[in-house]
Design a protein around this ligand. Structure first.
Ligand code: S3P
Length: 169
């Protein structure tokens, strides 16, 4: 089977579902954000703060380029990876792109209490979630499989992904 690449907005379950998927398939899970943090020795929030989003996006593409050469892994991406067409093209070469979705209110509830999402560090995070989702919707739709995680446990969502991915091989 090709790589399984999870895309989706923050809080749609990429990391949690990625872990379940990797375990069920007996594969390694590679998280692009964690790889950037390891490689640069600095947290994503600090990259945004001290170097800005544009620098982060360049680091993200550099890491996508490297990770997309792997095979037989589950790849969890950062929520903004879809913004560059180049990233999706690289990830799709050897991967099935699975977009995870959830309603803004669910995303908001899942992320409440988290302080590691620099883009949501604003006065009205729910409004910001809605604004970003509206803008990004067409980018997220550029996927092979779309799964709504709002009403599913991670195990059910992972099972659905495995079944859909099997049909694509
Ligand atoms: C981002 C999502 C984050 C992280 C960065 C930017 C985004 O990843 O890459 O804060 O632009 O949506 P998660 O989706 O894993 O939270």
């Amino acid at each position: 089977m090709k790589n399984i690449v999870l895309t989706g907005f923050m809080g749609t379950g990429k990391t949690t579902i990625g872990k379940v998927l990797a375990k069920s398939l007996g594969r390694n899970l590679i998280d692009i954000d964690s790889e950037i943090e390891k490689d640069k020795g600095i947290k994503i929030t600090e990259i945004f703060e001290s170097m800005g989003e544009a620098t982060f996006r360049a680091m993200e593409t550099e890491m996508v380029d490297k990770i997309s050469t792997l095979s037989n892994v589950v790849i969890s991406t950062g929520g903004g990876v879809v913004l560059r067409q180049e990233n999706i093209e690289l990830l799709r070469k050897n991967g099935i792109v699975v977009n995870l979705t959830a309603d803004p209110e669910i995303i908001y509830a899942r992320l409440s209490g988290a302080n590691d999402r620099p883009l949501l560090n604003v006065a009205d995070p729910l409004a910001k979630i809605m604004e970003l989702l509206d803008f990004r919707r067409p980018f997220y739709q550029n996927a092979d499989i779309i799964i709504d995680t709002g009403d599913k446990t991670p195990i059910i969502a992972a099972e659905e992904i495995i079944q859909s991915a099997k049909l694509m091989n």
